[in-house]
Design a protein around this ligand. Structure first.
Ligand code: GLN
Length: 446
């Protein structure tokens, strides 16, 4: 069914960088045989999935949508991919993304953009735009994405699906190609909340191969989905509903709050005063970490090497100049600058301090409330080409998702209706490792 659907719609949506039909059919056959001989089925048995192309898959090309990795076939698999295989999911292919997950529209893919299935003139969001578009267009049952500053939630919002960014440390990053290691998290993109709970159940868990993996016990995410949320305390930050939020999006949020009221939840307005510094903080820290992480692409260890160099230094320079796209180069330059001696204290260290203040804002709210509510993005999807030449415009689109990564918190985006034919997502942010409350509330709302 999945391959049939891809044959119908993929020419328009272009969600995939690689569709691995042979591998998928073989796996489906193997799972069929398992099913015939064993009662013991994985909870994702037989479900077709898409995997973002920054998650390494042994023997299957993994490009991060970059020319510099255009020929890279990993010799090992990411922990999350192994977990999905253990859950008996079937990978249909690798999904498109902004190069190295840097962007909010999937237009920064070195190979081709992806398109929003609701209206092909619009972006599907990013950087996990291929994963979101593939789920929204029903090409796969679910997909994996990664979220450094919103890259699971923002495309979920733009394409009318569910996207969950888990608590930092809940899901292994081993085998996720690093962008900003202190912010990156892998999570599910699904059609509905229940599916998100099933996929998270399979993804979550301690991994000794990831030094930042949290050794916590994993709760049951599925049984608590009862629809019952009476007495839940919801905080609504005024900074998330104010200036800059499209009035039609705000309207949808007020309607959603009514639904929560009717379900017996209570909500109050609160303040997260450092919200306005989140984007600036992120665009110091994320590029700094990226500039360091991307130093490994030197034409020696991974991927593509220039064929026109006379000596070693020239080989490094040409490989990187030819291999990286303009947004990636911009980030490497920003990060290298912020980390350089003489600027480190003014930029990098300062940003780390502000990161702590943002985290404390959240801690104060969570001392009194169970969840924080707001739009995922201040607007619906924008047009292809609309923001591509103005990086700052692209950056501020993530204003409501970035604070969550800076604080390491879990958050979900779920559909909250349509504005002018395009989906709007609402965001629920939870306490560290309290995915259960997020999923419960999201399920009751849905
Ligand atoms: N859009 C943000 C950026 O460009 C976040 C991307 C992400 O979460 N990977 O960095």
């Amino acid at each position: 069914e999945s391959l049939k659907r891809i044959a119908e719609v993929e020419k328009d949506v272009q969600a995939f960088l690689l569709v691995d039909e042979e591998q998928a059919r073989e796996r489906a056959k193997a799972i069929d045989q398992d099913i015939a001989v064993s009662e013991d089925l994985g909870i994702l048995a037989g479900l077709p999935m898409g995997v973002k192309d920054n998650i390494v898959t042994e023997g299957i090309r993994t490009t991060c949508a970059s020319r510099i990795l255009a020929n890279y076939e990993p010799i090992y698999s990411a922990t999350v991919y192994k977990r999905m295989l253990a859950g008996q999911a079937i990978m249909i292919g690798k999904t498109n993304m902004d190069e190295f997950a840097m962007g909010s529209s999937t237009e920064h893919s070195a190979f081709h953009p992806s398109y929003n299935p609701w209206n092909l003139d619009y972006v599907p969001g990013g950087s996990s735009g291929g994963s979101a578009a593939a789920v929204a267009a029903r090409e796969v049952y679910f997909a994996l994405g990664s979220d450094t500053g919103g890259s699971i939630r923002q495309p979920a919002s733009f394409t009318g699906v569910v996207g969950l960014k888990p608590t930092y440390g809940l899901v292994s990053r081993f085998g996720l190609v690093a962008f900003a290691s202190s912010l990156d998290q892998i999570g599910p993109i699904t059609k509905n909340v229940e599916d998100a709970a099933y996929v998270l159940q399979t993804l979550a868990g301690y991994d000794e191969l990831d030094s930042t993996s949290a050794n916590v016990s994993i709760p049951d995410y599925i049984t608590p989905l009862t629809g019952e949320i009476k007495g839940l305390r919801i905080a609504v930050p005024k900074e998330y509903m104010g200036e800059g939020v499209d009035p039609a999006v705000k309207e949808k949020m007020l309607e959603a709050l009514k639904v929560f009221e009717n379900l017996g939840a209570v909500w109050e307005e609160v303040s997260l005063p450092h919200t306005e510094y989140a984007v600036a903080t992120y665009y110091i820290l994320a590029p700094s970490e990226a500039s360091s992480n991307l130093a490994r692409y030197d034409g020696v260890r991974y991927g593509v090497r220039t064929d026109s160099a006379e000596n070693l230094i020239e080989m490094y320079k040409k490989t990187r100049s030819e291999g990286f796209g303009s947004e990636v180069k911009r980030r490497i330059m920003l990060g290298t600058y912020a980390l350089s001696s003489g600027y480190y204290d003014a930029y990098y260290r300062k940003a780390q301090k502000v990161r702590t203040l943002i985290k404390q804002d959240f801690e104060q709210i969570f001392a009194k409330y169970d969840l924080i509510f707001g739009p995922t993005v201040p607007t619906t999807a924008f047009r292809i080409g609309e923001k591509i030449s103005d990086p700052l415009q692209m950056y501020v689109n993530d204003i409501l998702t970035i604070p969550v990564n800076l604080a390491g918190l879990p958050a979900i985006s779920i559909p909250a209706g349509l504005v002018n034919g395009l989906p709007v997502g609402l965001q629920l942010i939870g306490k560290h490792f309290d995915e259960v409350t997020i999923l419960r509330a999201a399920y009751a709302f849905e």
